[in-house]
Design a binder for this molecule. Sequence first.
Ligand code: CA
Length: 319
Amino acid sequence: MPLIIDTDTAQDDCVALLVGLLDPAADLRAITMVAGNVGFEQQVRNAFLTLSAAGRLGEVPVYLGCRRPLVREWVSAENVHGDGSGGLSMDQEGLVPESEHAVDALVRLAAENPGELSIVAIGPLTNIAAAVVKDPSFAGNVKSLYVMGGSNNGRGNITAAAEFNFYVDPEAAKAVFAAGFDVTVVPWDPLTLRQAVFGQERLSEIEGLGTVLSAFFTRVCAATLEFDRRVGIDGTTHPDSLTAAVLLHPELVRKASRYHVDVETAGELTRGYSAMSWGVHGLEPNATVVEEIDAEGFYAFIRDLLTRQTTPSRAISGL
Ligand SMILES: [Ca+2]
């Protein structure tokens, strides 16, 4: 399946990139970077690190996109993710992103392959919204848009009401849901929080695989695991890799329903809140929201991916 991953690369974004890079079902055409989790340049380093860990450095182009939200100041999640790669480092000499802007690349690639490309958007939706503004035919050219964001009438993570990606750029998220994409949403709560958490037993099993990728996974998830435990989540969370996985393997979805999704931009306490209306409020559905997955199947999918032997394209210090 031809796809683009739009990412604020840190922690589970790295795992999602591994899915795009290594799953035989995936044909990853581009990585586009958007302001989100950690500093922009660090996110780019994390993406190159992940490409190297997968043994695919230089094979998939990295495009740099919007460096801040549409109208707001950037908010980071460095308190959650640290540098986003567990302190791993690599000589980045000569690694150059594409010169074309990510928004231009998104518009161009979608127009060159109308109805064929899917986008997995696992950061704030700034690049996607900008592409919609730039090219009114963009939404129609994209086959399907898979969004990690919001909560389905559940808890936020950055505030009580809001999930991080929608909180950081609520105007972008609102614009994307109004743009007419064929959109599928993987929300934070209840889906990710209840079904895509890897507890100690699974983490030990992954660590015991003894591959480059299992060591990479353990390192990039370490800071987030520490944070999660402090806030009462008993394991690592995988919203981004889950989003990529359900695009490539729809059989992992046990239940999904049509909703009208809109995003709060004006609320005093609810900036970035996702209002997911389940069909009784007279609103036309505009999104499919994943409600339940095959949790064991998802874990097995990630574990099997990490079992693969790879040779890093460049030496990674810390692995
Ligand atoms: Ca992300």
